[in-house]
Design a protein around this ligand. Structure first.
Ligand code: UDP
Length: 239
């Protein structure tokens, strides 16, 4: 295990569903606290951390569209859900003494600052955890794409995708007993074989900008820092 972290600046993508714990909806504060502790460990290693959180634990735009409603409004609701989650994570980080700011892609100055690449970079240089809220700020996108976009904008060395399992498998390991876990994959293979890590736009953006994607389990306590130290279980998607 190396003492120098493997990456200097990273973006961590956490799906909204990861925040609801065993509840069927919303935010389980104890889960958010645990994720905050994992981020604190990464900060203690000197790694600069940006975070993108999804909104699926609260709302997804397709839920409106599938019932004949307006998709754009649905997506606005989904983006607002990511702001709620981002504020929850900031609260958990601040509680344990980690400096953190929320920068939203949609202006809501009473709640948090608006995103700009310059401000985000300045905060990261100053050692603050930057939580990117509001996805890309545009409907028809996902927070996976927002994570790849922010990673490219702030010059991240890697994009960490926290999932339900500890990497990318040949089949769903929760359903298929002999599913094989990959240690390494290329962006190209992920796209060609349609491996469901992140949406295609996110993978294409990461590939174009030479950003490796590290897929790991968000439920593994200490897993984020372990991978940063060169250990831990994950799949690395690189070229
Ligand atoms: N969303 C959007 N534009 C974005 C990011 C998100 O419109 O750039 C909306 C979309 O409705 C999406 C919802 O916000 O369903 C929540 O995001 P996502 O589904 O990516 O969350 P996750 O699955 O990671 O919890």
């Amino acid at each position: 295990m190396s003492a120098t972290p493997r990456y200097r600046r990273v973006v961590l993508k956490v799906s909204g569903e990861a925040l609801m714990g065993s509840q069927g909806f919303g935010i389980d504060v104890s889960v958010v606290d645990r994720i905050a502790a994992d981020i604190a460990e990464a900060r203690a290693l000197g790694v600069e951390v940006g975070v993108v959180i999804g909104g699926g634990n609260i709302f997804r735009g397709v839920a409106v569209a599938s019932k004949g409603g307006d998709r754009v409004t649905g997506d606005h609701m989904g983006m607002l859900a990511t702001v709620i989650n981002s504020l929850a994570l900031r609260t958990s980080l601040v509680k344990i003494g980690v400096e953190a700011v929320v920068l939203s892609a949609i202006a809501m100055p009473e709640l948090c600052e608006s995103f700009s690449q310059r401000q985000a970079t300045a905060y990261m240089n100053a050692g603050k955890v930057v939580i990117f809220a509001g996805g890309t700020g545009n409907p028809f996108f996902t927070t996976d794409s927002a994570a790849a976009l922010r990673a490219a904008e702030i010059g991240a060395d890697a994009l960490f995708k926290g999932t339900q399992v500890d990497g990318v498998y040949s089949a769903d390991p929760l359903k298929t007993k002999d599913a094989v876990r990959y240690d390494r994959l290329t962006h190209e293979r992920v796209m060609r074989e349609g491996l469901r890590i992140m949406d295609t736009a996110a993978i294409a953006l990461a590939r174009e900008n030479n950003i490796p994607i590290i897929v790991f389990s968000i439920h593994e306590e200490g897993g984020f820092a372990a991978i940063l130290k060169g250990a831990g279980r994950c799949t690395i998607v690189d070229d």
